[in-house]
Design a protein around this ligand. Structure first.
Ligand code: SER
Length: 625
């Protein structure tokens, strides 16, 4: 092809092709899965349709087509190579007990070869080699259909049984075109027949791979290359799952009410193949546009091997961040919000690496908005929120990034450390907000061993410790329950929220001690507060006092408290019920009390002292009245 096919063209062609074959067009479901607790994000086209595959009647009929937005958090680490992205679209066509293999395989082959012009000599396909232990036969039907299709196009199509992946690396492709594999050619949301939970639907699948002959096999993956090899010579561009089984017990599979087809094609990879680009970032217009603007803003070239990874990380993460924010996710320290935070913070550091200046990151989101607004109109009304969210998160991270890097330079590189233990690497998260990717990359760049497992262990340990801290806080933190200490306790909540507003969300309570004279509040923050910051915090607290906010106590469940955004820690340690204190719209915390009834009772608030307690922990003493 002379000119690259665009994203919009491919999407339109795919939908039109299946529409013409009687498929109803479905809109993309949200990235936050509904009624599916198995994953944080929608990661495949079939997830929103699971109940229909299990037999429920779909209101739009038995033939469906869609382009589903997907996000796979597990791929974050891989981003930076030529083909991994966290966000992608999945093109899907579905037969809910309607057509099966003899329609599905010729149709998708026809689309790829006849409609979008892929050279059939570059295509390789796979099928399930069967599993006698669970009574599921070898998928010879699919192989026969594939053999005929290739033969009709004048392409020799020998079928080779490779069995396991390990074997495939040993025996190689043997001039085959069609390959049988074992569990590699079984699809369910939770892996192989063995790993699937009882009740889960799944089935044999048949995948299509495109070959990039310019990519040499890398022997680090295994002696010989084959379609499922991860070296990048072959990329998977589509997968027809013949979903006809359900796990009924260990080793026991039964047929579903009807035979379904779940086809999922990685949209960007398909486009990459159509445009014959072994680099996904160059083959997909919507990613390439981000590279172009990054070249302009950084003065660096994408082709420069020392800048390439940063370009790719920013292009992928920017697209993902825009979609996550437009799905209602905001940066935070937990769950989906933490994933978004990691994406944005990693981008900020890569901006620094290639010389994209502070504040230039957020406007790049505009390119993503413009690229996708035609299929996702909500992006237009949300463009300001997206820009603001990215900008705010950049600002928050920049408050600690430089001092964190200095500290890393001194305490780690300068000290000649060759590896970091969990505690040491977690220190940078706790004190400077360095998420796991930033730590991993910093260590990689400096040849320092970093254990993600240890970091995560520390993360969990820290969360548990904080929970104990919260429990003890009011038992030991409050000297008595006199009127004055009660006022100071309420002031502590206002101070906590104000510090988070002024310094950033890395601020967390580390300790509290209240006497009749003063409150003492310890919190995580890496640097001395400036006079302006102290003034600003005082101002915000006084504003809340002047607003005369009612202090309301509510008894609820830990889950509901969490949902409502209350600060606190959420485990069974709280029991079934917790009390949550809200001060107007300003502050909300899980807390045992006591508190005043209205913030106006505090009259005024003054910070007496700001000082260091230990590395990364600051202390404020303040008073009211
Ligand atoms: N469910 C299959 C996949 O995600 C095909 O849609 O690959």
């Amino acid at each position: 092809m002379n000119e690259n096919l665009s994203s919009n063209e491919l999407r339109e062609k795919f939908i039109a092709y299946y529409k013409e074959k009687g498929h109803a067009v479905l809109p993309s479901a949200a990235l936050i899965p509904e009624n599916d607790p198995t994953t944080l994000f929608t990661g495949s086209g079939m997830q929103p349709l699971i109940s229909y595959l299990l037999g429920e009647k779909h209101p739009q009929g038995t033939r469906l087509v869609d382009a589903q937005q997907c996000f796979r958090v597990n791929d974050i680490e891989e981003v930076g190579d030529s083909r991994h992205t966290t966000f992608f679209e999945m093109l899907g066509n579905w037969s809910l007990g309607d057509y099966f293999k003899k329609e599905q395989i010729p149709w998708i082959f026809g689309f790829l070869v006849d409609v979008v012009g892929i050279d059939p000599k570059r295509l390789y396909v796979t099928a399930f080699s069967g599993d006698p232990s669970i009574g599921i036969p070898k998928d010879e039907t699919s192989v026969e259909i594939w053999t005929n299709l290739f033969t009709q196009k004048g392409v020799t199509a020998t079928a080779v049984d490779l069995g396991t992946e390990e074997n495939a690396y040993i025996v190689g492709m043997q001039n085959g075109r069609i390959f049988y594999y074992g569990s590699k050619n079984w699809w369910s949301r939770s892996g192989t027949p063995e790993t699937m939970p009882v009740g889960e639907p799944g089935g044999p699948d048949s995948e299509m791979f495109y070959e990039f002959p310019d990519v040499d096999h890398n022997k680090k993956f295994g002696e010989h290359c084959h379609p499922q090899c991860d070296c990048g010579r072959f990329i998977e561009i589509g997968n027809s799952v013949f979903m006809e089984y359900k796990k009924e017990g260990e080793g026991v599979f039964a047929k579903l009410a009807h035979e379904n087809v779940d086809f999922g094609g990685g949209f960007e990879r398909m486009l990459q193949a159509i445009n014959d680009s072994s680099d996904i970032f160059l083959g997909v217009d919507n990613l390439k546009k981000i590279l172009d603007v990054l070249e302009e803003k950084s003065g660096r070239k994408y082709s420069d091997s020392t800048a390439k990874k940063s370009f790719r990380v920013i292009a992928d993460h920017m697209r993902a961040a825009v979609f996550l924010i437009s799905n209602g996710i905001a940066p935070s320290n937990t769950d989906r919000g933490y994933v978004l935070r990691r994406l944005i913070r990693r981008m900020v550091r890569h901006c620094d690496l290639i010389g994209v200046e502070e504040g230039f990151l957020a406007p790049i989101s505009r390119i993503v908005v413009d690229s996708y607004v035609s299929i996702r109109p909500i992006l237009s009304e949300q463009s300001m929120v997206i820009l603001q969210t990215i900008n705010d998160e950049e600002q928050k991270f920049r408050k600690t990034l430089k001092s964190g890097l200095n500290e890393f330079g001194k305490k780690v590189i300068g000290a000649g450390k060759k590896s970091l233990n969990g505690e040491e690497s977690f220190y940078f998260y706790q004190s400077f907000g360095f998420p796991v990717e930033v730590m991993r990359e910093l260590c990689q760049e400096n040849n320092i061993t970093f254990s993600e497992e240890e970091f995560n262990k520390e993360f969990e340990k820290h969360q548990k410790l904080s929970r104990f801290g919260t429990d003890k806080k009011f038992a030991g933190g409050l000297a008595d329950t006199s009127e004055q200490t009660t006022k100071l306790h309420t002031a502590t909540h206002l101070l906590h929220t104000s510090l988070r507003k002024v310094l950033g969300e890395h601020v967390g309570q580390k300790g509290s001690n209240i006497t009749a004279e003063r409150l003492r509040f310890d919190f995580s923050h890496p640097t001395k507060m400036t006079t302006e910051e102290i003034k600003k915090v005082e101002e915000i607290v006084n504003e809340q006092i002047n607003r005369a906010l009612p202090v309301i106590k509510e008894i609820t469940t830990p889950d509901k408290a969490k949902e409502s955004g209350a600060l606190g820690f959420f485990t069974e340690k709280y029991g079934d019920q917790v009390s949550v204190y809200s001060m107007g719209d300003f502050s909300k915390e899980i807390c045992g009390g006591p508190h005043v009834q209205n913030t106006s009772e505090l009259v005024s608030f003054k910070i007496l002292k700001e000082e260091a307690v230990s590395a990364g922990i600051r202390r404020i003493k303040a008073t009211v009245g």
